[in-house]
Design a protein around this ligand. Structure first.
Ligand code: COA
Length: 156
């Protein structure tokens, strides 16, 4: 479990946990709002399949107290940089402060690895909510594009 002790605006304790035999169905069913499907997969199930097929990515279940409310994944690039991807908070759970707690928790955990790693992520240029969230947490655009998404990084 990755736990920075952060809470959402309702006071729920936000933690990141392994996807396991008990929670994988709830994680797979996590869906963004319909209007967000141009930016991310329609269901977190897509990311679970990706991480099962990949040596690079690891999926995590996002919990608010004991409820699964989202999916996020992390990976290590060839240059040793850490990446955050597959970030989806379920439609009914958005705008409650969960996403902020998730990015802070995972970015801190990843940055602490290997004696201080750069942490990168990418987002669709039109995804204003994601851009605001990441920028407010210190991520800065690198000026590069990856799969038509803007890359941003947090330096140690
Ligand atoms: C982007 C996303 C992960 C944010 O998660 P969340 O739990 O709703 O975010 P929070 O409630 O913690 O809000 C964090 C910040 O995000 C931004 N934000 C969230 N919703 C927003 C909206 N509708 N419009 C503009 N900014 C918004 C704000 O900067 C907000 O700051 P605040 O904490 O001062 O209010 C969530 O909206 C989501 O899952 N979207 C669909 C999938 C997606 O786009 N993932 C990112 C792919 S790169």
């Amino acid at each position: 479990m990755i736990d920075s002790g952060l809470r959402d605006r309702a006071g729920r304790h936000v933690t990141l946990r392994s996807v396991d035999d008990d929670n994988w169905r709830d994680v797979a069913d996590i869906a963004p709002r319909d209007d967000q499907r141009t930016w991310v997969a329609a269901l977190a199930a897509r990311y679970l399949v990706l991480t099962m097929r990949s040596d690079v990515w690891t999926s995590l279940a996002v919990y608010a107290d004991e409820t699964v409310v989202g999916h996020v994944m992390w990976g290590v690039d060839d240059d040793g940089s850490r990446w955050i991807g597959g970030m989806v908070i379920g439609a009914a759970e958005q705008d409650r402060g969960v996403g902020r707690a998730v990015v802070r928790t995972l970015a801190d955990w990843l940055a602490a690895q290997a004696g201080g790693s750069v942490v990168r992520l990418s987002y669709h240029p039109d995804n204003t909510p994601a851009a605001r969230l990441y920028t407010s947490l210190g991520f800065t655009p690198t000026g590069t594009l990856e799969d038509d998404e803007l890359v941003a990084e947090l330096r140690p």
